[in-house]
Design a protein around this ligand. Structure first.
Ligand SMILES: [Zn+2]
Length: 646
């Protein structure tokens, strides 16, 4: 049999169409040969003879496809991105064949379990579930159909993402129409020959306008431009996505795709998710109404005759109320969060909290704005990560972490890339963006710490509805003054005043009801759109109907949530994970609140018992190990209920 070696190609060797094509060809020929050898091997499958070789094959493919996903989302040259997508499809195609191979499945079933450790047993168990979910036990005709659908779904998913990445919209405004925005924002943008400023739907452009522009028409135009991204291009793509996934789930014996995708999550069934969302909706209705009334009252001071707050007005009035009634001036606060200092501060925080050292990594980079780092623990290299944090043409427009390679103990260290779209240099970040930075960095740390034995236990290969918890947990340090005071300084090097922070903290839960319900709307939409037969479904109407159940804002005709809702592809029915994980994060945090946010002992237990374990145990076991009791949603529900009753 072949040796269990791990192949990986460096990014600099994937920086041309020819390089990608050759690497792709090479690895797939190799993978096919190995697959055939394993299928034909008549000997008894053991850990050494079967499990290690097959896992090294899976890891090697993951090493290439992880890098290709980064290239497709973040490299600058369209032809290279395209070559990456072509190769991702080929790898996905091979993987589909692998999971549908009955001889390979047979070997997984027959591995002698006697002397295996718990992690390996759990890893095998997870793979066996995966084989079933992929349809390995179906007849040949069904397997062929499933394989065909896999391939079509990869195409559809890629098209969906590509349309969103490429659909940046612009509006043109006169500088005087930007009254209310910080002078730095206007000064940083040039005028065209007709005296207009072009404003894009990218976050650093749109967030300040929606938050501060006094001009209602400008906010409205930009808001609609944002919610019309990838419309109408993605209308037929979404239709196809839903249709094919439904067909896929039905072939596998599930009612629909929501049942299929949730079956191996913590929540287990769509009904449980629905109950969860419905219950949270009940808890937050009163709070939302209270928040809404406060915004409406303030808006009526500007427009006495208005009887509702429109979605494009929400953030603007919210900022007015914050400033005038709660003494929180977000523009003034932003001056303490320059990008460069925030980045340095977050790296420093994680070094101190988790006892690690982060050092610059001298390596090839695909854009001048990208930086790279190595993570050490007492001289031992734990992992590496890239930070690609500013918008560029054709780049992924939201925020996420891509795993380039997982950490396999003794074999390879993990490598991840954080993608986001923040302002650059000493430009001001909003406090919300600082929180997003911490969130994404939480995912990266999870990848860095979770080096395990096998590909399906390493990194963030845990249940999808647990995956956000470590990130949402880390967000809490954006609300920890001792942390902020170390990096939140203005251009005169003055620290964010404590009174300013105290006012922010006191106002923290203002809009909790409204924000939670918006997330519930997205969660319910992601669930319901998949929890049915999509035949004849009016996706737009479903989204609008749910918006009226879950929020107090009227739906608008020209607003399309689903065409640019990236999670509809990647997370499918499980967007609810953000609320689910939030509930878990709050429970984990209770330990830090008890022992101190910078308590080394708590952080170290958290790192060892949860993060380092990756997906080597079910999430509820990891949580119980750390909490020393079963995980509970009471803290989260209690907080929402308390706020509603105030
Ligand atoms: Zn996340």
């Amino acid at each position: 049999m072949f040796t269990a070696d791990y192949q990986s190609t460096q990014l600099r060797d994937l920086n041309s169409v020819a390089d990608i094509t050759q690497q792709c060809e090479r690895i797939l020929i190799d993978a096919n040969t190995k697959k055939q050898l394993l299928e034909q091997d008549g000997s008894f499958p053991t850990q050494v003879r079967f499990y290690q070789p097959i896992d090294s094959l899976i890891v090697s493919l993951g090493n290439l496809s992880g890098r290709l996903r980064l290239i497709s989302d973040s490299f600058n040259e369209p032809s290279i991105k395209n070559a990456a997508r072509v190769c991702i499809k080929k790898i996905a195609n091979f993987e589909s064949e692998l999971w549908l191979s009955q001889p390979i499945h047979e070997k997984y079933l027959n591995i002698s379990q006697g002397d295996l450790d718990d992690e390996t047993k759990y890893s095998i168990q997870k793979y066996l579930i995966q084989f079933q979910k992929k349809g390995v036990s179906k007849d040949a005709q069904t397997r062929a159909k499933l394989h065909q659908l896999n391939s079509e779904l990869t195409n559809i998913g890629q098209q969906f993402n590509k349309n969103i990445n490429e659909s940046v919209r612009y509006i043109k405004v006169k500088p005087e129409e930007l009254k209310g925005l910080p002078a730095e924002y206007i000064n940083a943008r040039s005028l065209d020959e007709n005296g207009f400023i072009e404003i894009s739907t990218r976050y650093p452009d749109i967030i300040p306008v929606i938050s501060y522009a006094e001009n209602d028409e400008v906010k409205k135009r930009l808001w609609f431009a944002f919610w019309q991204r990838a419309y109408p291009e993605n209308v037929p793509v979404v239709e196809q996505l839903l249709q094919k996934r439904f067909e896929y789930a039905q072939l596998l014996g599930f009612d629909n795709y929501a049942h299929y995708i949730i079956s191996d999550k913590m929540a287990k069934t769509p009904q449980r998710v629905k109950d969860f969302l419905t219950q949270l909706n009940e808890y937050t209705k009163a709070a939302d109404q209270k928040d809404y009334n406060r915004l409406l009252a303030r808006l009526q001071q500007i427009y006495p005759k208005t009887d509702k707050v429109e979605l494009w007005q929400r953030d603007y009035v919210y900022e007015l109320v914050l400033k005038e009634q709660l003494q929180v001036d977000s523009k003034a606060i932003g001056r303490y969060f320059s990008f460069d200092k925030t980045k340095a501060g977050i790296l420093e925080l994680t070094q101190e909290l988790f006892g690690i050292q982060v050092k610059p990594w001298d390596t090839w980079l695909w854009d001048t704005s990208v930086t790279a780092y190595e993570v050490y623990d007492n001289g031992k290299l734990l992992g590496r990560f890239y930070l690609d944090l500013h918008p560029r043409d054709g780049k992924f427009t939201h925020a996420k972490v891509v795993t380039l390679q997982k950490g396999i103990e003794g074999k390879q260290i993990p490598v991840a890339a954080v993608l986001a779209n923040f302002p650059k240099g000493n430009a001001a970040m909003s406090h919300r963006e600082v929180t997003t930075f911490l969130h994404e960095f939480g995912h990266a740390l999870h990848v860095m710490f979770a080096s395990t034995q096998w590909s399906n236990t390493a990194g963030v290969s845990t249940e999808r509805d647990f995956i956000e918890a470590p990130s949402q947990m880390l967000e809490e340090w954006a609300w920890h003054y001792p942390t902020l005071s170390r990096f939140a300084t203005n251009s005169a090097s003055e620290v964010l005043p404590k009174e300013m922070f105290d006012a922010m903290y006191a106002a923290r839960d203002f809009n909790l009801g409204m924000n939670t319900r918006q997330q519930l709307h997205y969660g319910a939409f992601s669930l319901d759109v998949y929890n049915r037969d999509p035949n004849g479904l009016d996706v737009d109407k479903l989204s609008d109907d749910l918006q009226s159940i879950y929020t107090l804002f009227p739906a608008n005709d020209d607003q399309y949530l689903y065409t640019s809702f990236t999670h509809l592809n990647g997370y499918s029915a499980s967007y609810y994970t953000y609320q689910w994980s939030q509930a878990i994060a709050m429970d984990i945090l209770s330990k830090f609140k008890e022992n101190g946010m910078m308590d080394k002992e708590t952080a170290s237990r958290y790192r060892q018992l949860i993060l380092e374990q990756g997906g080597s145990k079910p999430a509820d076991i990891l949580l119980e190990d750390f909490l020393q009791r079963p995980v509970s949603f009471d803290a989260f529900a209690g907080k929402l209920k308390t706020y509603s009753q105030q």
